[in-house]
Design a protein around this ligand. Structure first.
Ligand code: SAM
Length: 455
């Protein structure tokens, strides 16, 4: 039996909607599995499953499949995400007007659940900076964002303080803060083992530090979205009060429907928060709040820069993408496609942060023609005219394991995008009925796959 810490239960007693017995009972049930569909990569995957009420692209699954053996997972057709946290979509739709190009920062972004959601919410001329301070986690984030396929999602790996130097730069900042994790006890036994009062306190101090460090980067009237997967008020409502004590802010309410089971709370200073608990919602424990900055904030002056646009590389790559883009040469053999309006952002960001991923990596020129990158294959803008070859599931998994299989007779020689259910998995260079596999090594499926998985 999963036992919730007594101290935690005692601390939650005063919270609106808290029902001790119901919460304990809900923790004896398995965690709920859900995915969010990629609106730019349509497939048959889970399309007819029950919808998550607060997020049109969210779907519940009746059991947890082995996602690794689903080629559509590797194609970026969906992201496996806990349902409560998809409420971010509802918060964005409620408070973020998309009537001018936006700059959005997702400060604590790995592995990429919120960032892929934000990317799907934004328009092509908006820019999402997806940041993760821990380098090893930043590489997972980069992989997930590449798979999601958007050109306007860039990845940085910096301390919040570095991003705070971009004064008044962002219209929206999302802080999905590192926390004590009590909301995920059903999913993660480690979170339960590691939970302690002392850790809650440590987390709340770290949350304040993170928010104080990044606060200068938010524009006046900009929106901060703060979230945790902790039930503790010290990490939730009390953080909102701390913000209210230290900065000029306005708490923003979000309309919910009664049958969603979301509980609206108000902190001592009247700031709105939204609580999710598994005895009330079909999802795990979560907390989210939207706050508007009401302080005069100077905005960074536009930087002067010499364009890095490379017209020759642009001409050599224009067959790869079906979208207007500017090709920049960032350094030797590093060519990227970005939205034409985003070059100034590149030069500004570069002064303050480490840019791991800027737009779509295009690949490299070689004496025998352009060598396209895996980013192009994963991009939602990969050109419709590129040669493609549709695979069955067994072939798709073999490609993803970097194993050989024969190509059909008559397959044309050269670069081919392999697809499954119409979605690209990666490049091969075909040589008759053999091929060279250009899936990056670290993307390869390492798991043993049994005969039943091929079907
Ligand atoms: N937003 C992510 C998602 O939806 O997939 C989950 C983020 S997780 C709750 C919090 C993240 O904050 C972790 O990736 C962690 O590495 C990062 N983190 C840890 N310490 C941090 C710090 N001092 N400043 C900023 N981020 C930190």
């Amino acid at each position: 039996m999963l036992q919730l810490p007594d101290i935690l239960l005692k601390q939650l007693q005063e919270i609106k909607g808290f029902d001790k017995e119901a919460l304990i009972a809900a923790h004896q049930l398995p965690a709920i599995t859900s995915v969010r569909l990629n609106p730019h990569k349509h497939s048959t995957a889970f399309a007819d499953n029950e919808q998550v009420p607060w997020c049109a692209s969210g779907r519940y699954l009746s059991a947890r499949p082995v996602f690794t053996v689903d080629p559509l997972y590797h194609a970026g057709a969906y992201y496996v995400q806990e349902a409560s946290s998809m409420f971010l979509h509802h918060v964005l739709s409620s408070h973020v007007l998309n009537n001018k190009p936006l700059r959005v920062l997702d400060l604590c972004a790995a592995p990429g659940g919120k960032s892929t959601l934000i990317a799907s919410f934004l328009g092509a001329d908006d820019l999402l900076v997806s940041n993760e301070v821990i380098r090893t986690r930043a590489s997972i984030l980069e992989e997930n964002m590449t798979r999601w396929g958007c050109m306007n999602t860039w990845v940085t790996s910096n301390d919040p303080k570095d991003l705070g130097r971009l004064t008044g730069y962002f219209d929206v900042i999302v802080v999905d803060a590192p926390c004590s994790g009590s909301g995920l006890f059903r999913k993660d036994a480690k979170a339960l083992d590691e939970w302690s009062e002392a850790n809650v306190l440590l987390c709340s101090q770290r949350q304040q530090r993170i928010l104080a460090d990044v606060w200068p980067a938010l524009k006046e009237d900009g929106i901060l979205i703060y979230a945790t997967c902790s039930y503790s008020t010290q990490e939730d409502e009390e953080i909102l009060d701390w913000l209210s004590d230290n900065f000029e802010v306005k708490g923003l309410p979000v309309t919910t429907k009664d049958d969603w089971g979301v509980v609206e709370t108000q902190s001592a200073k009247g700031m709105y928060g939204y609580r999710f608990s598994p005895d009330k919602v079909k999802g795990e424990g979560f907390f989210i709040a939207a706050i508007q900055k009401k302080e005069e904030t100077d905005e960074l002056k536009p930087v002067r820069y010499k364009t890095l646009q490379d017209k020759q590389a642009q001409a050599q790559t224009k067959h790869l993408l079906d979208v207007d883009y500017t090709c920049l040469q960032l350094d030797k053999d590093n060519y990227v496609a970005i939205h034409p309006a985003h070059e100034e952002d590149y030069h500004t960001l570069k002064q303050f942060v480490y840019l791991r991923k800027t737009g779509i990596q295009l690949g490299t020129p070689t004496p025998r023609g352009w060598l396209p990158s895996h980013d192009v294959a994963m991009s939602i803008h990969a050109s419709a005219i590129l040669p493609k070859l549709e695979l069955n599931k067994e072939q798709a998994l073999k490609f993803l394991k970097k194993e050989d299989f024969p190509l059909p007779d008559g397959t044309h020689k050269g670069w081919i995008l392999l697809t499954y259910n119409g979605l690209a998995l990666g490049w091969i260079k075909a040589l008759g009925n053999r091929f060279n596999n250009y899936l990056p090594k670290h993307w390869r499926i390492r798991m043993e796959i049994s005969d039943t998985d091929w079907a």
